[in-house]
Design a protein around this ligand. Sequence first.
Ligand code: PLP
Length: 365
Amino acid sequence: MPKAIRRLIKDAVLESDGYAAVMSIEETAAELGIPVSDIVKLDQNENPYGTSLGVFDTLATYDHFHQYPDAAQRVARERIGEYAGVPADRVIVGNGSDEIIDMLFLLTLEPGDEVIVPMPTFGVYSARPPLYGGVVKTVDRKQNFDLDVDAIINAVTDRTKLIFLAHPNNPTGNLVTTQQLVRILRTGALVVVDEAYYEFSDNTLLPMLGEWENMAVLRTFSKWAGLAGLRVGYGVFPGKLSEQIWKVKPPFNISVAGLKAVEAVLDDIEFLRETVSRIRVERGRLYRALRKLNFLEPYPSHGNYILCRVTRGDSHDVYRRLRQQGILVRSYRDPWLRDCIRISIGTPEDTTVLLRALRAMAEEV
Ligand SMILES: Cc1ncc(COP(=O)(O)O)c(C=O)c1O
């Protein structure tokens, strides 16, 4: 890069690898020479049943696309507040919960401030802080992926601003206990409990927010509600923090399509709950079947995915061979998960196709 351009760019950006975008489903289908409809997409924890038909109707009949969305997100916040059982003024809607994570960095980080991330976990927590001058301190989880609370507490310094806890954790599927959370809250750092997969676990730490001023809860409509493509997530904050986070929110961060979609899915919540319960049933079926394979060790999961250690052969080879058959799962390069794949829970038909492919591999290893 010419020096004249290089000097314009922050070091943290120059040093960052950026987000490695997965190939789109259309490109993948074209490369494999199969129709998009034949791809079994089990790589991004989406709802395989899609979203509510109400979303299609709402967007097809909406006639104000030429006007800006409501920057205060009033109706969506009211509806989310009712759904989550919290006052609307504690809720802020983000362009995916990813955006709320970024807002938290904007809200808290001065250069040199620290963010504690228990590994392995969702990649965004550690990828983004350097862009805001923050320093990531990773803390290993225990062998079974449980939080190492003592190690987290030991990692806290007077520069620690944020500690991220995914509940359930992506990709390992395990939960945080109330006792663990209380010990971590006592450090005084802002503890972010990310409940992106709450609806699949039916286990929430949100009620703790009433007792602690240094806690935030994140949720999303991407997973259970089938709105990953429309990008809507939300954060719930205690009073003092909720006043401040509004100052860092980009004014029109959610499109009218996203705001209207929130209303439509919450109007059709029974349908979506039905899809969630089917996914939970399927999770049990897939887990039991995976345990019987001689080369995979699945971890029990409270999310809509199952992490598997590849105990014989190479995980990237398993990933590639599934992909050649049009079955997309997630593989990893980072040291904690290099020998793992993560499989999102699909429909019963998806599970059948996947298991057929895995059983064929099992016969060979
Ligand atoms: C733990 C966790 N948090 C947050 C997100 C981001 O979700 P979104 O930005 O789609 O709301 C994800 C997505 O995979 C996730 O796994």
